[in-house]
Design a protein around this ligand. Structure first.
Ligand SMILES: C[S@@+](CC[C@H](N)C(=O)[O-])C[C@H]1O[C@@H](n2cnc3c(N)ncnc32)[C@H](O)[C@@H]1O
Length: 503
């Protein structure tokens, strides 16, 4: 890709003038074709845009669907850049009277901590556009994992952010909105070319460095590391293609372990690292033990959320298909790769593969105080970034408040919390009371009589101690018994944002 700033400015102007945004594309395609395209099915989109000279339709056919379009039509869409400018940037190539895309270029819209963003992201054309299996140095566009990481990232102001394995640069672009400096690194020079192009197109300054893992930033003190690393667990057999964007070149889940254990070396005190990852669940071992041992070795605060668990066969199918091999296309290659994957997992007694996200933090002083590993496999309300930031702050608040301090504090129920009561018909007393969080992780906490009464009284007016005393008298058990019952649960509710300290 070429990086001529003048041509990129013209490209931006033309894309904007054409209305080539997320809404514009959905409008020209209609809901059915847009949904089909999200499922990687191009036929309805091809039909919706066939024969159209409308600039958005022409851009969709060129850059999303990989179709050849007449030069004169693209010329109308690129009013100031011209087809010659698009060729010079390496976006398209001429093919007689037609033009074909060399890259995928699509609008991207999101809401992050800084509000709405609208960018265009260039990456390699996918299988849908080329009809071929991906090259091993394929540069990925924005996918589901990219969006997950962008949404779980804490977005408070930072001096220096590192996006390790920046690919097309999407995490770095988001980071630029809340940090003074952003460094994006990658082992793939092609990826860095795309990231540079996308940064210029978004008019965002990024520092881009080539190199593996933490080596390009060994001398930096980073306030936030974000990484959607190449975490896919792939057998290291000679016949197996290794894709740069997903296969970290290590055996098993070693790349995620290496990052967890090593990232503290570049974190500034108080700095946070957020990673996506896969981990192996081995026979006779709980996933908490394996990932927990990485946390212990890291010397960092750690919070791991396992979102999904796949068995080895499901995992193999997902990633063999991702590489473009399917049983319909090549049954023998499919069977051979499937076998290699199962052999690889069997060699380490792997019974399951966890997927999730990790939040690590370097203590400002002293030893780590946070070690949390949990499963959250249900639906969550994204973005979780603000929820994670609030929970880290709540953890620190709890560290500074022993039970005496907690009794002196005032708490208020978070506005998204509701109480559910389950009663046998005709029975005046509920058998089960659930406190349900409407946002964030959507947690549901079962509350006994004392806890339900306690939470119901938390409106910020009375102190925790006053509520505990009143409940002790009301329930006729004494304040100490209520405190012993309620305070540990109250701590959990504060940590998870169902109760908010107001003093
Ligand atoms: C899954 S992609 C993530 C791209 C992008 N950050 C996102 O969130 O969509 C992983 C990226 O890591 C890069 N990568 C692979 N091995 C690496 C290594 N050892 N060090 C740094 N980056 C690496 C790949 O080239 C690829 O761009």
């Amino acid at each position: 890709m070429e990086h001529d700033p003048l041509l990129i400015d013209r490209l931006r102007d033309d894309l904007m003038a054409a209305g080539y945004g997320v809404a514009g594309v959905e409008e020209v395609l209609g809901t059915v074709a847009a949904d089909a395209l999200h499922r990687e099915e191009p036929v309805p989109a091809l039909r919706a845009t066939e024969g159209s000279g409308e600039p958005v339709a022409v851009l969709v056919r060129t850059f999303l669907l990989g179709s050849a379009v007449p030069v004169r039509r693209l010329e109308r869409a690129f009013r100031t850049l011209g087809v010659a400018g698009a060729v010079a940037l390496g976006l398209v190539e001429l093919d007689g009277d037609d033009v074909r895309a060399l890259v995928d270029l699509r609008p991207y819209a999101a809401v992050d901590g800084g509000g709405e963003v609208d960018w265009w992201i260039a990456s390699d054309l996918g299988e849908l556009a080329t009809g071929r299996a991906l090259r091993t140095d394929h540069v990925l566009g924005v996918g589901g994992a990219s969006t997950t990481l962008a949404q779980v990232t804490v977005r408070d102001p930072r001096a220096l952010v590192l996006d390790l394995g920046t690919g097309c640069g999407i995490q770095a672009l988001h980071a630029s909105r809340h940090s003074r400096r952003v460094i994006g690194t990658d082992i793939s020079r092609r990826a860095l070319e795309f990231a540079r192009f996308n940064a210029l197109l978004a008019a965002v300054p990024l520092e881009l460095r080539a190199g593996s893992m933490l080596e390009p930033v060994a001398d930096e003190h980073v306030d936030l590391v974000v990484s959607n690393p190449p975490f896919v667990i792939t057998p290291r057999t000679p016949d197996m293609p290794a894709y740069e964007y997903r296969d970290g070149g290590r055996s098993g889940d070693a790349i995620v372990r290496e990052l967890v254990e090593g990232v503290g070396a570049v974190l500034a005190p108080g700095g946070v690292a957020q990673l996506l990852g896969n981990w192996e669940v081995r026979r006779g071992e709980d996933w908490h033990e394996r990932v927990g041992s990485w946390l212990d070795a890291s010397g960092l605060d750690g919070w791991v959320v396992q979102r999904e668990l796949q068995d080895p066969a499901q995992y193999a199918e997902t990633w063999i298909r991702d590489g473009g091999t399917t049983p319909d296309r090549d049954r023998d290659a499919w069977a051979a790769r499937y076998g290699s994957w199962l052999d690889d997992f069997a060699s380490r007694d792997v019974e399951g593969i966890g997927f999730g996200f990790l939040t690590l933090r370097k203590p400002v002083a002293g030893a780590p105080t946070l070690r949390r590993l949990e499963e959250a496999t249900g639906s969550v309300r994204q973005p979780l970034g603000p929820v994670i930031a609030a929970s880290l702050a709540a953890h620190d608040w709890l560290e500074f408040h022993d039970d005496e301090g907690l009794l002196a504090a005032h708490l208020a129920v978070a506005p998204d919390v509701t109480e559910e009561r389950y009663l046998t018909p005709g029975d005046p007393d509920p058998q089960v009371v659930l406190l349900r969080q409407g946002g964030g992780f959507g947690r549901a906490v079962q509350a006994g009589t004392a806890l339900a009464g306690f939470v119901g009284a938390c409106d910020g007016d009375l102190s925790v101690g006053q509520i505990v005393n009143a409940l002790g008298a009301l329930l006729d058990v004494g304040a100490d018994a209520v405190a012993a019952d309620v305070l540990p649960s109250a701590r959990g509710l504060i940590r998870d944002g169902l109760l908010l300290p107001s003093s």
